[in-house]
Design a protein around this ligand. Structure first.
Ligand code: ACM
Length: 768
C-alpha cells in the first residue's frame, strides 16, 4: 500500500526539489521507501521514556542501543522502560501484524503523543530505531529536538547491503573493526565481508594450525625499521576476539561473512606450511601488492587442511555464507607441477581453470554438508561452479549478468564502481589510493541491477557491496577516508527504492550525515566539497595578476574565501564569480552547507612566481602509452598518514604540461625513492626500461615530447648512501615560451621506484 497523499519518491524526481524547502525530506540516509508529513510536531527532550513490551529481549536490546546512542551523540538521557508510561513516549513494538510485511521493514509514526515504531522482525525494529536516531541528530548540536509529525513505511530494496574490509593487506584492531561495524549499522548495512587471508597475511587464529598466525600473520616490510617503517608488520585476531566481533555485529543485525581466499592469494598460508603449496619451496609472507603466483596444492593433504580450517571458521561465524575467494589465481605453478598435471588428467579435466572449478566445487560440497553456502569472486564461474554457489561480481558487472542467467544468486561489487581504494578526487592533497579518481557522484550513481537481466533473472541479485582493499590504507584513518562518505551513497543504492535516487536530494541530506560523522569522530573525506583554487599560471606570471576561480567537485555549497591570511568562515566574502588578484597573494577557501555547517576544510593556494613555476607530483600527468597510476606513501606499512606520491610502476615517465620557460635557468626537484614492491604477474613484461647514463640512473627533462631535446639530466644518488627523500638540482638549457616537459627517470627497473614530490623551474637568482 502506498500513501495516497505524498510519496517522496515521486517528488524527488522533480527538478524543483531544491527550492521546495517546506517539503524537503528530513536528513535521512538511506532515504526511506515512503514518508509522509503529518500535522504538528513532537519535542523530544531528556527523560522521554523508551518503552518496550515486557519480556521482548530483542526489543529491549534495540531500545538500550538506541538510548545509549542518543545519549552519546545528542546528550539526551532517555530511560528505557518495559511498561507503559504516561505522557509522550517512544514505543518500540515488535508486532506480527505490523503494517510493513517485508523483512527488515518497519513503520515509524511521530505525532504530538510520541513516537511509535512497529516491525515484524527484530531487524526492522532496529532499523526503525536507527531512523529515529537520525531524526534526532539533524545537526551537530546537543539537547532537545523538535520532530515534525511523520509517517514512515520503510523496508530495504536488497537483502545484501555489504561492506568488505581487507584485514590481510593491512590489519585493523578489534576496536577499529567495531567502529566500522557501528557505522555500518547507522547506515542500515547488514553484511560485513571480512577478508581474512591473503598473500600478505593470515589474520585468523586456527587452533589446529598455529603456524598460520605464528608465521603467516607477520611480514618484514621493505626498509624494515627505517623511515617510519616497522621492523615487522602484522597481527591476527584470536578466536576469542572473533567471537566478540561476531557478537558485536549480531547485536547490530550485521552478518559477518568470513573470506578465506583460495586457491590463489595463498602465499601467507604456504609460508606457514610449505606442504600446502606445489613447488616444495618456502616463500616468505609477501610484501608485494598485486598478483602473486602461490597456489594451494590439489592433493588430499590440502583439502584436509581446508576442511579443518573451515571447521574452526564455521564454529566461529554463524553466517550462512562462507566466502572462498577464487580470484586472481594465475595458474603458472599448477602448469609447472607434474603432480598437479597428473591429478588434472586423472580427473579428466581439460585445463587448470577446470581444476580450479573442481577445487572450489570440493570446498562447496564440504560447506554444503555442514549447512553452509559457498560464495566466491566471479572467477568461480570459469570452472564447474556448484549450482547453488553465490557469485560476487567484481570484474565489472558482466560476471553478475552471466551468473544470474545461469541461475546463481549474485552480489554486485564491481571494480571500479564500488571499489573504495580508488581516490575520490585527483586533488594533490588526497591520501594514497588508485587513480583515476572515482568521485562521490559516480559512486552514488551505481545501480545494483545490471542491464540485460529479465525480471526473473534480476531476482537473483541479492544486493551490492563496497570493497575496502587496504594495500594503500596502512592506518584506520586511511580506511575512514576511503569509506566515508561513500558508504552513505552505497546505503542509499542498496536500501532505498530506485525511483527515489536523486543526487541533488542526497547532497541536501549529506551535511547532516557529515555532522554525525564529526560527532562520532569519523575522519571522512571532504573531497567532493574541497575548494579547488584555479588560476592560469602562465597568464598570471606574464601579467603579475592572477584571475582566480573557485569550484568544488560536487558543485555544491557556498564557497567563502579570504586573501588576507585569515581563515575563511561564513563571514568571509562569498564566491560568486572569478576575481583578479595582484601577485603575490594567498587565497584560502572553504565550502559550507546552506545551514552554515562545514562541508570541507579550508584549502590554501599561494600565488607567487615561485609557486606558479612549480608543480606537485600529483599535478603531473602520465606519459602516453601507460595509464596506470597509483598514489602511495613511501613506507608501505608506516601507520601514520604521510605525504603520498604518484607512481606508475610500468613507466616512470611523467609530463609537466604547459611550462613557461622564459628566463628559467635551472630545475629543482624534490624526489623520493620508493620500494618496488609490486607483483605484476604476467604484466611484468610491460615494465618500460629506459637506458641510464650514470650508475644509479638520472631524471631527464625533455622538451615538448618524450623523445624531444634534453634540457636537463640530473643524476640520482646511490640508494645505499642517501635518504629516501632527496633534492635534485641542475641547470636547464635556456628556452623561450611555453612548452610541455617530459620527465623520465632512467633508474634500472630491478631497483627502487622514483617519484616526484615537486618540480620547480627557476629563473636566474630565484630563491627556493
Ligand atoms: C579482487 O578485487 N581481487 C576480488
Amino acid at each position: 500500500m502506498r500513501f495516497a497523499s505524498f510519496v517522496f519518491g515521486l517528488l524527488l524526481c522533480s527538478a524543483a526539489i531544491a527550492s521546495a524547502t517546506a517539503a524537503a525530506p528530513p536528513a535521512l540516509i538511506p532515504l526511506p521507501a515512503q514518508l509522509e508529513r503529518g500535522e504538528g510536531s513532537l519535542r523530544v527532550d531528556a527523560g522521554m521514556p523508551v518503552v518496550v513490551e515486557p519480556g521482548d529481549a530483542g526489543a529491549r536490546a534495540t531500545a538500550d542501543y538506541f538510548a545509549d546512542l542518543v545519549q552519546r551523540t545528542r546528550g539526551l538521557a532517555l530511560p528505557v522502560r518495559e511498561a507503559a508510561a504516561s505522557g509522550p513516549s517512544i514505543r518500540l513494538q515488535r508486532d506480527p501484524h505490523a503494517p510493513v510485511t517485508q523483512a527488515e521493514g518497519y513503520t515509524l509514526d511521530i505525532d504530538a503523543q510520541g513516537v511509535r515504531i512497529r516491525a515484524r522482525d527484530q531487524a526492522g525494529l532496529f532499523y526503525g530505531a536507527v531512523t529515529l536516531w537520525q531524526l534526532l541528530t539533524p545537526d551537530a548540536q546537543r539537547g532537545a529536538v523538535n520532530l515534525p509529525a511523520l509517517h514512515i513505511r520503510d523496508w530495504p530494496r536488497f537483502a545484501w547491503r555489504g561492506l568488505m574490509l581487507d584485514s590481510a593487506r593491512h590489519f585493523q584492531s578489534v576496536d577499529e573493526v567495531e567502529q566500522l561495524l557501528e557505522q555500518m549499522a547507522r547506515h542500515k548495512l547488514n553484511v560485513f565481508h571480512w577478508h581474512l587471508t591473503d598473500d600478505q597475511g593470515w589474520r585468523i587464529e586456527i587452533k589446529r594450525y598455529p603456524e598460520l598466525t605464528r608465521i603467516g600473520a607477520w611480514r618484514t616490510p621493505p626498509g624494515a625499521g627505517q623511515d617510519g617503517e616497522p621492523a615487522r608488520y602484522g597481527g591476527y585476531y584470536t578466536q576469542e576476539q572473533i567471537r566478540q566481533v561476531v557478537a558485536y555485529a549480531a547485536a547490530r543485525h550485521i552478518t559477518i561473512v568470513p573470506e578465506l581466499d583460495m586457491p590463489g592469494h595463498a602465499q601467507a598460508a604456504i609460508a606457514s606450511y610449505p606442504w600446502l603449496g606445489v613447488t616444495g619451496k618456502t616463500p616468505s609472507v609477501s610484501v608485494d601488492w598485486g598478483v602473486n603466483p602461490w597456489l594451494y596444492n590439489v592433493d588430499d593433504a590440502s583439502f584436509d587442511f581446508v576442511d579443518h580450517v573451515l571447521d574452526e571458521v564455521m564454529a566461529l561465524f554463524p553466517s550462512p555464507y562462507i566466502h572462498v575467494g577464487g580470484d586472481e589465481a594465475i595458474k603458472d605453478q599448477w602448469q609447472a607441477s607434474p603432480a598437479v598435471q597428473a591429478k588434472l588428467h586423472a580427473l579428466g579435466l581439460k585445463d587448470e581453470d577446470a581444476l580450479q572449478g573442481w577445487f572450489i566445487g570440493r570446498v562447496g560440497d564440504y560447506l554444503k554438508a555442514h549447512g553452509r553456502r559457498l560464495i566466491g569472486w566471479d572467477e568461480i564461474l570459469e570452472g564447474q561452479v556448484p549450482a547453488d554457489a553465490t557469485v560476487m561480481s567484481w570484474r565489472g558487472t558482466q560476471g553478475a549478468v552471466e551468473a544470474a542467467r545461469k541461475g546463481h544468486d549474485v552480489v554486485l561489487s564491481p571494480s571500479p564502481e564500488l571499489y573504495l581504494d580508488g581516490l575520490q578526487s585527483d586533488r594533490a592533497d588526497e591520501t594514497s589510493g588508485r587513480l583515476p579518481a572515482h568521485d562521490l557522484a559516480s559512486y552514488y550513481a551505481f545501480e545494483p541491477v545490471p542491464k540485460g537481466l529479465s525480471a526473473d533473472q534480476a531476482r537473483h541479485v541479492l544486493g551490492a557491496q563496497a570493497n575496502a582493499w587496504t594495500e594503500h590504507m596502512p592506518s584506520y584513518r586511511h580506511v575512514e577516508h576511503a569509506v566515508f562518505p561513500r558508504l552513505a551513497a552505497l546505503a542509499e543504492a542498496t536500501w532505498s527504492p530506485a525511483a527515489t535516487h536523486d543526487w541533488r536530494s542526497f547532497l541536501a541530506r549529506l551535511p547532516a550525515q557529515l555532522a554525525r560523522y564529526r560527532t562520532a569522530g569519523v575522519d571522512y573525506a571532504d573531497s567532493a566539497f574541497a575548494v579547488d583554487i584555479h588560476v592560469d599560471a602562465n597568464t598570471a606570471l606574464a601579467s603579475g595578476t592572477a584571475r582566480v576561480s573557485l569550484s568544488n567537485q560536487a558543485g555544491y555549497g557556498q564557497l567563502h574565501y579570504t586573501v588576507d591570511g585569515t581563515p575563511p568562515d561564513l563571514h568571509a566574502p562569498r564566491y560568486r564569480q572569478p576575481f583578479a588578484l595582484k601577485l603575490p597573494a594567498t587565497v584560502r577557501a572553504a565550502a559550507f552547507a546552506d545551514d552554515g555547517s562545514p562541508l570541507a576544510a579550508p584549502r590554501e593556494r599561494v600565488l607567487n612566481a615561485a609557486q606558479l613555476r612549480s608543480r606537485l607530483g600529483g599535478e603531473l600527468v602520465n606519459c602516453p602509452g601507460s595509464d596506470f597510476r597509483l598514489r602511495v606513501q613511501p613506507s608501505p606499512d608506516a601507520s601514520a598518514l604521510a605525504t603520498a606520491y604518484d607512481i606508475n610502476v610500468f613507466d616512470t615517465c611523467q609530463r609537466y604540461l604547459q611550462a613557461s620557460l622564459d628566463q628559467v635557468t635551472s630545475v629543482h626537484v624534490e624526489a623520493v625513492r620508493l620500494p618496488r614492491n609490486y607483483a605484476l604477474a604476467h604484466d611484468a613484461k610491460l615494465v618500460v626500461s629506459r637506458p641510464a647514463a650514470t650508475p644509479f640512473g638520472e631524471l631527464v627533462v625533455h622538451r615538448d615530447r618524450c623523445d624531444g631535446p634534453v634540457l636537463a639530466s640530473l643524476p640520482l644518488p646511490d640508494p645505499a648512501r642517501s635518504p629516501a627523500r632527496f633534492d635534485l638540482d641542475g641547470p636547464l638549457a635556456a628556452q623561450h615560451g611555453v612548452h610541455d616537459l617530459c620527465l623520465i627517470y632512467t633508474a634500472p627497473i630491478d631497483g627502487p621506484l622514483y617519484a616526484i614530490g615537486r618540480i620547480a623551474l627557476r629563473p636566474q637568482g630565484a630563491t627556493p
